[in-house]
Design a protein around this ligand. Sequence first.
Ligand code: ATP
Ligand code: MG
Length: 286
Amino acid sequence: MGSSLRDGLRVPVHRDFDLAEIDPDGSPGLPKIKGSHHKVWGRAQLTVIGADLGIMQEQLFATAKVGDTQQRVVLVLQAMDCGGKDGTVKKVAGTMNPSGLSIVGFGKPTPEELAHDFLWRIRKAVPEPGIIGVFNRSHYEDVLVARVHNLVPSEVWEARYDQINVFEAELAAAGVTLVKVMLHISKNEQAKRLAERLDDPTKYWKYNPGDLDERGFWDDYQAAYAAALSKCSTEVAPWYVVPANRKWYRDWAVASLLRDALTDLHLSYPPPTFDVKVERKRLARA
Ligand code: ATP
Ligand code: MG
């Protein structure tokens, strides 16, 4: 089940890919269940998957604490505005121990960041072994917003796809598993979510008037996403597109992709670094 979901959502490597063919209302990979109780099923499954994530995160953390593993995992989240990155962090990462998490948001680069190569701030944010990182936006902004708004000359952003692939291959070789997810919403869904933010005083803080200007560039962003996903979906670091109009499906799918990635690491609790029998005897005397 898990791996078939992965196959269904993966952006093909070295093959044509059309983002517009993916339905943001879709919910691929769900089992057949009677009636229309998928939402209830999805929310219940998230709890089950969350428990698995919690255990595997602890195993990863424990292995790094007592051993010399280089293993770590980074969930990369990209989406249009209102795409649900924050909700996904809350629902999916929220199932794990915060001590083993590193959640980093990448906004407009600071003057210091701009003075460096675009990957500089990303390299600094790669978590230590044993930690699960979540990137809320990422180095992909440098081929998305940078391309849409010509923040740099085209030769510069065009060269970045290859630079990203080299960088991600280096990370993979260093023990970093990347789970790259685009949360795919429709233009109508974005309008709905913007309206919700304007209609609810508890959501004003989430509303950014600039998002409406960006909405005017919707098609350019979709084209930039399509290019980034197809050029940078590789064997070592594939991209996944998660239809994200339905929040319960989005959370279930992202949690499932993360669980699959952790399962591939064949984690377990580390064996003792001491003699258990001896320690029991010592304890009895202590
Ligand atoms: P929310 O959904 O809550 O608004 P957000 O991720 O949009 O969260 P903001 O602080 O509103 O967070 O926006 C971050 C902004 O920074 C985005 O507009 C994004 O395009 C921009 N940004 C991120 N990385 C870069 C980059 N490398 N170059 C230019 N702009 C960037
Ligand atoms: Mg924003």
